[in-house]
Design a binder for this molecule. Structure first.
Ligand code: ATP
Length: 231
């Protein structure tokens, strides 16, 4: 059985349809990257799955329907969500941020331990206020906080955005390690190179609809993505 199954997901903002009839499945440890231009509906897809926007269609986690439940309930059920722009608690320390994330888990201590094993660089910042960290460090903390909740699925919204190349590289390593732990990852990106570096399966979104599926290694992918971005 798939860890995550999404069927016919649609998100509307008033009269605007941001996402229309999107379906996908994710198995344990599988990575799927959603690529698309600005406004294609990538963030709306993650928000619809994470319960931050009300959405039509079905979202199932290990066979349990989550449609109708809110973001907090979905987070406790096993959907970790790292929003675009990090959103760590700036006045709390790194440790306190991780502790809050771990409250979503049935094994909070284990959640923090495995997050720190994956991101050991956070150990030396444990007592620093999150708002004092660099953008890249905050991104790592946001991922670690989500992992502290021991999710089955991690939704990652443009984690590489605005990061220096060395931190983009680190983000790629971390995503690889997360999938090796068996966590399924749904990654939103604007940059094809990230999907290629991760050898990821790809869904191409255009104006709220899936217009293509591919693997990051396919040779003509770049042309297909450009066509979708420019359409
Ligand atoms: P970006 O890469 O710029 O973040 P995106 O692919 O994530 O873009 P969304 O942010 O999901 O796209 O936006 C999809 C569509 O929905 C766009 O037309 C956008 O203007 C619209 N939209 C997004 N959020 C809202 C909102 N809160 N209210 C109204 N319309 C919205």
């Amino acid at each position: 059985m798939s860890v995550l199954r999404v069927d016919g997901l649609s998100v509307r903002y008033g009269g605007v349809t941001a996402l229309s009839d999107v379906s996908l499945t994710l198995d344990e440890g599988q990575l799927l990257t959603i690529l698309g231009a600005n406004g294609a509906g990538k963030t709306s897809m993650l928000r619809g799955i994470g319960g931050l926007e009300s959405a039509g269609g079905s979202v199932q986690l290990r066979g349990t329907e989550l449609g109708g439940s809110g973001a907090a309930q979905r987070a406790r059920a096993g959907i970790g969500h790292v929003l675009e722009g990090r959103h760590v608690f700036p006045d709390l320390t790194v440790n306190e941020n991780l502790h809050l994330g771990s409250l979503l888990s049935k094994e909070p201590r284990g959640g923090i331990d495995s997050a720190l094993e994956l991101l050991p660089e956070l150990r030396e910042m444990a007592d620093r206020k999150a708002g004092r960290l660099s953008g890249g460090q905050q991104q790592m903390l946001a991922i670690a906080r989500a992992l502290s909740g021991t999710p089955d699925v991690l939704l990652l919204d443009e984690p590489s955005n605005g990061l220096a190349p060395i931190l983009v590289q680190r983000t790629i390593e971390v995503i690889r390690a997360v999938t090796s732990m068996g966590v399924a990852v749904l990654l939103v990106e604007q940059r094809l190179e990230i999907a290629q570096a991760l050898n990821s399966d790809v869904l191409i979104l255009q104006r709220g609809s899936v217009v293509g599926k591919a693997n990051g290694t396919e040779e003509d992918l770049e042309e297909r993505i450009h066509a979708a971005y420019l359409a």
